[in-house]
Write a protein that binds this ligand. Structure first.
Ligand SMILES: Cc1cc2nc3c(=O)[nH]c(=O)nc-3n(C[C@H](O)[C@H](O)[C@H](O)COP(=O)(O)OP(=O)(O)OC[C@H]3O[C@@H](n4cnc5c(N)ncnc54)[C@H](O)[C@@H]3O)c2cc1C
Length: 300
């Protein structure tokens, strides 16, 4: 049996490679100092979906909700093996909290599943490294009326409309059986995501959303006009599908700031200064002392 899979992925700031002050003076995030990347656990979710397709047949559709520049991770998803990518972008969804984000994503999953209905499997990362709530996957499942398997580490069996999954927690594991369709949130230990393929990178390097066509034209002057380039992309299936809130049938008061009951009253940020240092002997005793110190300070 072939399985239709949808993977929800988020573009996040790369908090491990900060190239300047991460926060501005007004307390907002300085996005210029934080390169944007594919949320790490979403790569594991994508890999799990690709393995299902490779072993059983079917398709992998990747959806992200974000600003136009989030198209970058959709191009990356194509180079890693996704069959189809969709960008959900609309100013009206800006400022969405997890309730509004999951509502919009649930609407998009429903639409992407048409005309046959819901996909067999929806994959999410367990958690995004910026918002960090781990709420979106479970909320999407709830809104779609799907059973959910969180902390999924491995698909042990997939036969007909039944899936057996190993869940992994810091203190143990659990094996669960579930009937499809269902939603999985995938942990970082699940797999080693495949690298982008050179062949697919060459084939999809022109993949673009309509807003990017003028910039693309400047780089590819052999096309006589935006229309000519647009036609070329259409013919080769390289125009990335873009949906707005109306396309997915989202009610205006359930997305964006209006649809978000979470109100951030104040943001505090802490700067940890490294003005003093301590030395530990490079010996087993020294390492034990270092670990004890880090644990005492709640650093690990
Ligand atoms: C510092 C900070 C604090 C925040 N605090 C709160 C808060 O307390 N309450 C609140 O409701 N919101 C909060 N938000 C907003 C929150 O980030 C957004 O609602 C966000 O869109 C989704 O939540 P998350 O990042 O926690 O995702 P998570 O729930 O951690 O993400 C889990 C998975 O859901 C999927 N997913 C998440 N977002 C998207 C997307 N845009 N497109 C496609 N797939 C996606 C991915 O598969 C991801 O791995 C905060 C944001 C920041 C930056």
């Amino acid at each position: 049996m072939a399985y239709n899979c949808i993977v929800l992925v988020k573009q996040v700031p790369d908090t491990a490679h900060i190239t300047g002050q991460a926060m501005k003076e007004d307390g907002t995030v300085n996005r210029a100092a934080l390169p944007a990347i594919f949320n790490p656990e979403d790569l594991n979710a994508l890999e799990m979906a690709l393995q299902v397709r490779d072993q059983h047949g079917g398709s992998v559709t990747v959806i992200t909700m974000g600003p136009p520049r989030a198209a970058d991770i959709l191009r990356e998803a194509l180079t890693r093996g996704a069959d189809r990518v969709i960008l959900l972008t609309d100013r009206r969804t800006a400022g969405s909290d997890t309730l509004a984000t999951s509502y919009a994503l649930a609407c998009a999953v429903r639409k992407a599943g048409q005309p046959t209905g819901l996909p067999d499997l929806v994959f999410c990362g367990r958690q995004a490294i910026d918002g960090d709530t781990a709420q979106v996957g479970p909320q999407v499942a709830e809104k779609l009326g799907l059973p959910q398997i969180t902390y999924a580490e491995a698909i042990l069996a997939l036969t007909g409309s039944e899936i057996v999954v190993r869940r992994a927690f810091p203190l143990g594991q659990e094996t669960v059986r579930c009937t499809l369709p269902c939603l999985l949130t995938v942990v970082g230990t699940a797999n080693q995501p495949r690298p982008p393929s050179v062949r697919r990178s060459a084939a999809t390097k022109l993949a673009a959303i309509p807003q990017e066509i003028p910039t693309l034209l400047a780089r590819w002057p052999e096309f006589s006009s935006e229309e000519a380039l647009s036609r070329y992309l259409d013919q080769r299936g390289l125009k990335i599908t873009v949906w707005n809130a109306d396309d997915i049938g989202a009610e205006a008061d359930r997305v964006g700031l209006e649809g978000s009951p979470t109100k951030v009253l104040k943001v505090d940020y802490v700067v940890l200064g490294g003005f003093e240092s301590r030395e530990f002997e490079p010996s087993p005793e020294g390492m034990s002392a270092l670990v004890r110190e880090l644990a005492r300070e709640y650093i690990i």
